[in-house]
Design a protein around this ligand. Structure first.
Ligand SMILES: [Zn+2]
Length: 258
């Protein structure tokens, strides 16, 4: 059972218990109000990051015993940024995962084919990456996931199974959407903050926090990604980390089998 299910059962039991007590003793209404507020607060915190595994059980890291890590890029592909990134990855012979936005994939078909041909995995990161994605009902989320899968499948002839929700936010609607679409939810264990910090700060953070089994979150939508990835690959090689792709790190299928 998910943490959400456990928390809900505890709160429902508490409410029922208080109602029963209320038959015999007069209870102030604010107790119920406080419990309701506490419940909503816990749910809000639980929805904040996929890493909490609150609503869904996502893959957020690999085995901590193996000196292996995986690198992931979100929010692309970008025709002015991703090609140079692919060159850097090819120079180091590294395979990574790109969680692509469906509408960007449709605009960059050749780029997507290059990514696939180079051995990188293409994952699903919703069709629009709308800031309102997390306020949508399950049906609209399913539509976004399926539209992206269809777009990617038409281009590379493979149907993705890996899904990373926009902003890493989860909720009961997303849980239902992931179940209905049979996707494998993937989070991360090391967030680089590469979209809001400069390359030196990003590398400092990675150097300080990296551990065996990590899934590193980066984005191929900002130009400094080239500097970051060049430094990161040299650092990982020096430290003796083996960079493997997500399907190997997590022992999952990246695409639907025919
Ligand atoms: Zn994103």
């Amino acid at each position: 059972m998910s943490k959400y299910g456990i928390v809900s059962i505890i709160f429902i039991s508490l409410i029922i218990g208080l109602f029963v007590i209320g038959i015999f003793v007069s209870l102030p209404l604010f107790i119920f109000f406080f419990l309701f507020l506490l419940y909503i607060s816990i749910l809000s915190i639980g929805s904040f990051s996929i890493r909490y595994n609150f609503f869904i059980n996502a893959y957020n890291r690999g085995n901590r015993q193996d000196k292996k890590i995986a690198i992931t890029f979100d929010d692309g592909p970008e025709n002015k940024i991703t090609p140079e990134l692919l060159n850097i990855l090819a120079t180091h012979n590294v395979k990574t995962t790109f969680f692509c936005i469906g509408e960007k994939a449709e605009k960059n078909k050749e780029l997507l084919r290059q990514m696939d041909a180079a051995g990188h995995i293409i994952g699903n990161h919703s069709f629009t990456h709308s800031t309102l994605f997390d306020f949508k009902l399950s049906g609209r989320m399913i539509d976004e996931i399926e539209r992206t899968n269809n777009a990617i499948e038409k281009i590379i002839n493979k149907k993705p199974l890996l899904f990373r929700p926009p902003y890493g936010i989860t909720n009961p609607f997303l849980k239902k959407a992931i179940k209905k679409t049979n996707m494998t939810p993937v989070g991360w264990s090391l967030r680089s903050f590469d979209t809001i910090r400069d390359d030196k700060q990003v590398m400092k953070r990675i150097r300080k926090n990296i551990k065996e089994g990590d899934i590193i979150l980066l984005h191929d939508k900002n130009k400094q990604i080239h500097t970051i990835v060049s430094e990161l690959l040299c650092f990982l090689e020096t430290c003796g980390f083996e960079i493997v792709n997500l399907d190997k790190l997590l022992a999952v299928d990246a695409y639907e089998k025919f």
